[in-house]
Design a protein around this ligand. Structure first.
Ligand code: GTP
Ligand code: SPV
Ligand code: MN
Length: 586
């Protein structure tokens, strides 16, 4: 089937293992994709939505027990246990191949295997990397077509090379007890079985572009990060780029596509989205850090997306989009989710496929329901989106969901302190992963579930990279989620987050002053633009910037305990930063 013998041999081996009735190579042509769309509609796997209102759009419902990433079933299968580190689940690779091999054995009998060649990043860019995913799910094929660049052109680019990530996926029986997402960093291999949910099965995304790529990045001297990339254009037409790492469902897509508040918009400021979830960063010849988005689409959280919060994302879902686990409006063949508007459909089916009454109090869409929309649909997609060199980064922003403790924004003292700030991130868990929601956990650089190797080595990689970047970005931390005593968010968030980004860029350009605090530099409250905001005044900002020493002292204790997991893999630079923080607090 393939001239590339490495590819040929591996595919044949996987065919022997899974025993599909038929094998189809995905060439990326519209005619082939259309045929597959028709097939899924006929089988009920996808529901065709209203062609006038939502052209080219479909609805899919996953199994009820298969709606999010499963972190407790996700494994790093490095040869040495030590290399996976204390924050990953580890399985011996030989054991994993054997255990999952049994689950894959004959799993595609009476099914078709689809071979998807895909490129993460623009085809031919030096940043880009190639993968091949074998799957028995057309839903996966159609989603990979949106999220990545697929087809014959990728095979042409690969040529005879053995440098591709080997992904094998089978829905098998969707058996929760035998669901496994295994990564073999030393073999460039990913095996995923018994799931049909995005983050577990679209192997180019978290599995490759973060877990495998972070491992490659450590060895090759670059970063693969859980970061959005956005550009802010000033009225003179100059664009500055920011990367931001927030944990899952903590606001990356929203920030990446924000609409500037009127006070900036009328002056001529614009925001451009380069990426909403993943960034690959390399040191450029000019000594700056340059970022590309390896993806080609958005796998975004549906609930809360509306004309006010994120009009650009909403617009991106108006055509050629696959919706997963949202509510269905029977009367007009459209979709609905909580927070879209105040008019839930009267005649509706919920995400589980049952007839749904909005008044019942039951949710129509799953909290982790998603849209898969092509990047090209986004009205504010950056003109640099396809640039093979990427965009130069002025600032790196870390942030999480913290009701207390973390202030609205602060800047690190320098690179090493910035790595410290990223490493001590903590955030409340969300519906993006199975398990309890709203529990604060440490999530360094928003990479806890996505780092493909020892997190202590990952911190060291950040420190080492800092020594090599001649013109490093400045590093900041933000928190849009501080709440008042009644549990309401104090900061308006969404588009208004640009007010904070503007201070960040001013700091990068040496234009704004700062106040030194024990945790870092904070803005002078009057330096945050409040024009046009009704419910926020200077006191609100003072409040949001307040640092409670007692909360931070116990925070420092929590950090020390977290750090102790890493033993002597923890870079001494970070321990020094922690000592410094404690000293400044006392
Ligand atoms: P993943 O795709 O899981 O990585 O999520 P994400 O980081 O892209 O998060 P997303 O932008 O989809 O936002 C997740 C949830 O947070 C949505 O329900 C948003 O409405 C909400 N949200 C996003 N930004 C803000 C904000 O600035 N303030 C508040 N209060 N909520 C926000
Ligand atoms: C996340 O959970 O961070 C996501 C969605 O972006 S998933 O692809 O499921 O990982
Ligand atoms: Mn994400």
């Amino acid at each position: 089937m393939f001239k590339n013998t490495n590819l040929e041999n591996w595919v044949n081996e996987m065919i022997t293992l899974t025993n599909p009735q038929k094998v189809v190579l995905i060439d990326g042509s519209e005619s082939q994709l259309d045929e597959l769309r028709r097939e899924t509609v006929a089988s009920g796997e996808l529901l065709k939505l209203n062609e006038e209102k939502l052209p080219g759009c479909y609805l899919h419902r996953t199994a009820k027990n298969d709606v999010a990433r499963v972190e407790h079933r996700t494994f790093i299968c490095s040869r040495n246990k030590e290399d996976a580190g204390p924050t990953n689940n580890w399985m011996d690779p030989a054991e994993a191949y054997q255990k999952l091999g049994k689950l894959f054995k004959g799993s595609m009998a009476s099914k078709t295997m689809y071979i998807i060649p895909y490129s993460m990043g623009a085809i031919g860019s030096q940043f880009s990397k190639i993968g091949v995913e074998l799957t028995d799910s057309i839903y996966v094929v159609l989603n990979m077509n949106i999220m990545t660049r697929i087809g014959q052109k990728v095979l042409d680019q690969l040529g005879d090379s053995n440098d591709f990530v080997r992904g094998l996926h089978s829905k098998a029986q969707l058996d929760e007890e035998n669901r496994f997402i295994c990564h073999f960093p030393e073999d460039n291999t990913i095996w995923s079985v018994n799931s049909g949910y995005g983050g577990n099965v679209l192997l180019g995304k978290k599995c490759f572009a973060l877990r495998i790529a972070s491992y490659l990045g450590k060895n090759e001297g670059w970063f693969a990060e859980h970061m959005l990339i956005l550009g802010i254009e000033n009225p003179k037409g100059e664009v500055k780029y920011i990367c931001a790492a927030f944990p899952s469902a903590c606001g990356k897509t929203n920030l990446a596509m924000l609409i500037p508040p009127e006070i900036y918009g009328k002056k001529g400021y614009k925001v451009w989205c380069v990426g909403d979830d993943i960034a690959w960063l390399r040191i450029g010849e000019d000594g700056r850090l340059w970022a590309v988005n390896p993806e080609n689409g958005f796998f975004g959280v549906a609930p809360g997306t509306n004309v006010k919060s994120n009009p650009n994302a909403l617009e991106a879902t108006k055509k050629d989009t696959i919706f997963t686990n949202v509510a269905y409006n029977v009367d007009d063949g459209t979709v609905w989710w909580e927070g879209l508007d105040k008019n839930p459909p009267k005649n509706a089916i919920d995400w589980t496929g049952e007839k749904w009454d909005a008044a019942s109090g039951v949710k129509g869409a799953h909290p982790n329901s998603r849209f898969t929309a092509p990047s090209r649909n986004c009205p504010c997609l950056s003109p640099e989106f396809e640039n093979p060199k990427g965009v130069p980064i002025s600032a790196i922003v870390f942030g999480g969901r913290r009701a207390k403790t973390a202030p609205l924004v602060y800047q690190s003292f320098d690179w090493d302190h910035g790595v410290f700030v990223g490493s001590i991130m903590a955030s409340e868990t969300t519906a993006a992963a199975s398990g309890k929601v709203g529990v604060v956990r440490r999530d360094p650089m928003a990479m806890l579930p996505f780092c493909g190797y020892h997190m202590g080595d990952y911190f060291a990689h950040w420190i080492e990279m800092g020594k090599k970047i001649a013109n490093p970005p400045k590093i900041f931390n933000v928190n849009w989620f501080r709440t008042d005593d009644d549990g309401n968010f104090v900061w308006p968030g969404y588009g208004d987050n640009m007010r904070v980004l503007m201070w960040i860029l001013d700091r990068c350009e040496g234009k704004a002053e700062a106040v030194e605090t024990p945790i870092g530099y904070e803005p002078k409250p009057e330096d945050i633009e409040l024009g046009g905001l009704d419910d926020v005044n200077l006191d609100t900002i003072k409040n949001l910037l307040e640092i409670d020493p007692s909360l931070w002292k116990s925070e420092a204790e929590g950090i020390r305990e977290f750090y102790s997991k890493f033993g002597d893999k923890l870079p001494k630079e970070l321990l020094k930063e922690l000592d410094g923080l404690e000293k400044r607090l006392s």
